[in-house]
Design a protein around this ligand. Sequence first.
Ligand code: BTN
Length: 234
Amino acid sequence: MVSFDVRHYPSLGSTNDEAMRLAREGAADGTVVHADEQTAGRGRFARRWSSPPGNLYLSIVLRPGVPLSRWPEISFIAALAVADAVEAMLPNQLRATLKWPNDVLLRDGKIAGILLEQATDALILGIGINVLEAPPGTPASTIVGSGGLASVDGMRGKLLGALAGWLDIWQQDGFAPIRTAWLTRAHPPGTRLRLTLGERVVEGSFNDIDEAGALIIDTDEGRLRYTAGDVAAA
Ligand code: BTN
């Protein structure tokens, strides 16, 4: 099982950048860069990730030991770990839901973001969780605003514990149990989705994710498969 070595900073530009730098210097699998705030936090598609103090911002150096083509599977592992950690901090009845490829939602707002980047021979897994502060301008949820109780360090402990568990399952049994667990917490088949891919927008009904984690949707042009894109409810 992976063991985590946490380096905690008061402030960084982006924890992904620092983790990337450490990875290029040879940092071990499981090195964690945690910052109380980020001054240049970033999200998918080069969006800004608002990062004031009060939320969790961390990036993990992973050396997955599987071919590069399988690294995207880790975004589903991360989403499951985030969902577990979030639910552990919330009143019993509240459940996190998942949206392809790796969004974690709570009460229809985004509670966390996950950003995977490649650093030559390592994968940088960046995760932000809204503990106290919701970014302005987007439908977002927070743990505290949803009636949960969490310190940022407590959230980090839960997240790393859950991540170690899911990585272990993946290393033992491959992607199949990850896919099954992800599907039980994701939008049900038939959910209308809008996928944006650069300039292209595709609307359709969610069908499945395949054995590689690609999105399968039914559209007017037939059943299509996507490995990248930004998904919203249609
Ligand atoms: C998304 O667009 O949903 C992904 C957001 C990822 C944000 C996290 S916060 C920690 C790490 N450092 C960054 O600069 N980004 C990721």
